[in-house]
Design a protein around this ligand. Structure first.
Ligand code: UT7
Length: 321
């Protein structure tokens, strides 16, 4: 097979919506600050025992149904996540059982922070192109609210939970045109969640996200500009040929800066940060499914996905629909 083609999408958001007004009661912040500095109005977070696996399973069931295949037709599962409930087994492995897939197909997680979905797509693409797999579920999901310090106004207003993904199938028709993954491990101190559990009073607390937002912002904007240049040059494309930009949804100001670099009007940029917040590895598949489902992204369109996250990691996927 020459290409890995997206044949179906799906996503899931928890029912519980956390508004900026609620956050105003939790930390010293304002709706106005969050909207103007980040572009977020609300985000979804898990509640009542809802897990990452629940969200992945809802997304995957939708994808399988929309693709018109049976669970056992799936012969690979790759999940980008940083917030699996288990150190092991992997979320992909747990998902295989939840979906009732009994064909012993390979399953694994990819940990590349907010770039996890792009990394997962890039890996799945290789398996499909070499003929090792035919139908691969590629998902990004996060229950990242578990790792938030709800007293830190610099981070707690930013993140949200959710999951989404695609079914990639081997095809002779164009699908993924190119994927690009990169990292530079020297920036750990700017954005991390150490796997250290700590005591606070009588409670044992989970690891928490630590971020130097301003510094991350600067590197993110410059790196995302480089990503755009790389994709265009490697594919000998003019920026006007990109139909849709589906960026990682971290901050409206970062999204706007990247769109400007591409010379794209904002009505060709998929934006969900306002109602999803930053859902890390889930942000691109959530935004992508939103725009495919509402009919904006259509067959034949050329879609550029790009992501940037902790590590730092970054990457992109250029897709012919
Ligand atoms: O997804 C992975 C990659 N992550 C990102 O790409 C995130 C990148 N960073 C950002 O999006 C932005 O840097 C933030 C949204 C995190 C912060 O925006 P900023 O414009 O860079 O603000 P800042 O950190 O420079 O803070 C400006 C002021 C500070 O007060 P002082 O020192 O000027 O008095 C902060 O303490 O805003 C204050 N501040 C807040 N005020 C109200 C920080 N957080 C809040 C808050 N509410 N929630």
């Amino acid at each position: 097979m020459k290409y890995a083609k997206i044949v179906a999408t799906g996503s899931y958001l928890p029912k519980r919506v956390l508004t900026n007004t609620e956050l105003e009661k939790m930390v010293d912040t304002t709706d106005e600050w969050i909207r103007s500095r980040v572009g977020i109005k609300s985000r979804h977070i898990v509640s009542d025992g809802e897990t990452l696996l629940d969200m992945l399973a809802e997304s995957a069931k939708l994808i399988i149904e929309r693709a018109g295949i049976k669970p056992n037709d799936v012969d690979g599962i790759v999940v980008g996540t940083t917030s699996n409930d288990y150190i092991f087994p992997s979320a992909a492995n747990l998902l295989q059982a939840r979906l009732g897939i009994t064909n012993h197909c390979g399953t694994f997680d990819v940990q590349a922070a907010c770039s996890g979905f792009i990394y997962a797509m890039s890996i799945a693409e290789q398996y499909i192109k070499t003929g090792k797999m035919k139908n691969v579920l590629v998902l990004g999901g996060e229950a990242i609210s578990h790792y938030i310090n709800w007293k830190d106004r610099g981070t707690c207003v930013l993140f949200g939970d959710g999951a989404g993904g695609v079914l990639l199938t081997g095809s002779d028709e164009p699908g993924i045109v190119s994927t690009h993954i990169h990292s530079d491990g020297q920036y750990k101190e700017l954005l991390y969640a150490a796997n250290h559990w700590h005591e606070e009073g009588d409670m044992v607390k989970r690891p928490q996200i630590v971020m130097e937002g301003k510094e991350v912002f600067k590197v993110a904007v410059n790196t995302l500009n480089d990503i755009v240049t790389e994709v265009l040059e490697e594919n000998n494309l003019d920026k006007s040929e990109i139909t849709w930009l589906v960026p990682h949804q971290a901050n409206m100001r970062i999204i706007t800066a990247t769109a400007k670099k591409l010379g794209m009007p904002m009505d060709r940029v998929i934006v969900t940060v306002d109602t999803h917040g930053n859902t890390s590895a889930a942000s691109i598949p959530l935004a992508f499914d939103t725009a495919v489902t509402d009919g904006r992204i259509k067959q034949g369109d050329l879609v550029l996905m790009e992501a940037f996250g902790g590590g730092f990691t970054w990457g992109s996927a250029l897709i012919k629909m």
